[in-house]
Design a protein around this ligand. Structure first.
Ligand SMILES: Cc1cc2nc3c(=O)[nH]c(=O)nc-3n(C[C@H](O)[C@H](O)[C@H](O)COP(=O)(O)OP(=O)(O)OC[C@H]3O[C@@H](n4cnc5c(N)ncnc54)[C@H](O)[C@@H]3O)c2cc1C
Length: 333
């Protein structure tokens, strides 16, 4: 690991100003540091400064707040809200259970105590070729995605490449179905919907998000989605990223699904909305298991699995169906 300075930002504007100044050649923003420090240890990044945002709010902001306007509820999380705070918040459990469940199912208790909401959304992919400095893959300026000919068990089943990473964030699919918005400082706009935060590899393979240099996430807002649920299928229940995950937000009319928004994670380079599944779930009763299974089976339309990951085609409909049941308040196995 190289030597670097820690520059403590006193506000998000200060963090942005430090990043944009010529004080450092390669400054990198650090929140909880879980992914940033991994990159340093893996020898992938050699910054001369880590710009620490952990004191950017000066302890002033309540991490999780509800706003009510005209009978509608929205939730605001500060960028520094930890995964544990999201998972254990009774407000989020009631207003957007999918988000609480997504945070509670991520990583380990130790990671959840440190990892922040913004850092979770902006963590880099876990692809083992990207994470190894021995592979000069497309993401690092090389000429190929090694997953195409190589080991691709954990890679994408959707998207046309040219890079076949999967998006790793648990929070992102839940925020996608709840109309999440990232609030920004340091640029020429003050927010970006989570649905527009990420881009596919064909629109730039070296990074995954659409933040401009110096833009800093200050907060995240979302609409209340009380009938929402999240389900992740994993190889091991802790200390790992999901093989497949799904977030669902329902509007229910009794037991009938009046509307459904469905987003999958860990299957594509970006959080992957599945409008065909949402459409197929409409008018299905939550008690009609055959109907739910038929609707969720639509999830694999358009998938193009690689040599080792066709198993995800079986997992995805299962994860979605279980997320639907959780969204309707049912117990799932
Ligand atoms: C063993 C293990 C298992 C894990 N399992 C999961 C899992 O199942 N699901 C999951 O989602 N994650 C998982 N993770 C990843 C972990 O949740 C993320 O690394 C963590 O959430 C990142 O948050 P952080 O605050 O530490 O971010 P940092 O590491 O500090 O930052 C991550 C990225 O975000 C940028 N950044 C941070 N804050 C801001 C901001 N305010 N504005 C702009 N850019 C910012 C940084 O520059 C950096 O690029 C796991 C991690 C480990 C170690």
């Amino acid at each position: 690991m190289n030597r670097f300075t820690i520059a403590t930002a006193t506000s998000y504007d200060d963090a942005s100003a430090i990043v944009k100044s010529d004080r450092f050649a390669l400054p990198i923003l650090k929140a909880g540091g879980m992914d940033v420090v991994d990159h340093l240890k893996e020898g992938l990044w050699e910054p001369d400064a880590l710009v620490d945002v952990l004191r950017a709010e000066g302890g002033a902001a309540a991490p999780i707040q509800e706003h009510r306007e005209a009978g509608r509820s929205s939730i605001r999380l500060s960028a520094l809200t930890t995964l544990d705070e999201i998972a254990t918040s009774t407000l989020i459990q009631a207003r957007c259970p999918a988000l609480a469940q997504s945070a509670g199912s991520a990583a380990t208790p130790q990671v959840r105590n440190v990892a922040t909401a913004a850092g979770n959304l902006l963590q880099r992919p876990r692809c083992w070729y990207y994470r190894s400095k021995d592979f000069d893959c497309l993401k690092k300026g090389g000429d190929r995605c090694y997953a195409v000919q190589g080991l691709n068990r954990y890679h994408a089943i959707f998207g046309d490449g040219p890079c076949h990473i999967v998006h790793p964030s648990n929070l992102a699919p839940a925020l996608m179905v709840a109309g999440g918005v990232a609030h920004l400082t340091g640029g020429d706009r003050d927010s970006i919907p989570i649905a527009k935060l990420y881009h596919t590899p064909d629109r730039g393979v070296r990074d995954e998000h659409n933040l401009k240099p110096g833009e800093v996430v200050t907060a995240i807002t979302l609409n209340a989605a009380p009938n929402s649920g999240f389900y992740a299928i994993k190889e091991k229940q802790s200390f790992d990223w999901p093989l497949v995950m799904a977030a669902v937000a329902l509007e229910l009319d009794g037991t009938r699904i009046a509307n459904a928004r469905v987003c999958a994670g860990a299957v594509a380079p970006v959080p992957w909305m599945l409008p065909a599944v949402g459409q197929a779930l409409r008018d299905v009763s939550i008690d009609d298991d055959a109907g739910l299974k038929a609707a969720c089976a639509r999830a694999t339309q358009g998938a193009a699995p690689m040599s080792d990951n066709a198993y995800k085609l079986k997992l995805l409909p299962v994860a979605i169906r279980r997320a639907v049941l959780k969204a309707a308040g049912k117990e799932v196995e």
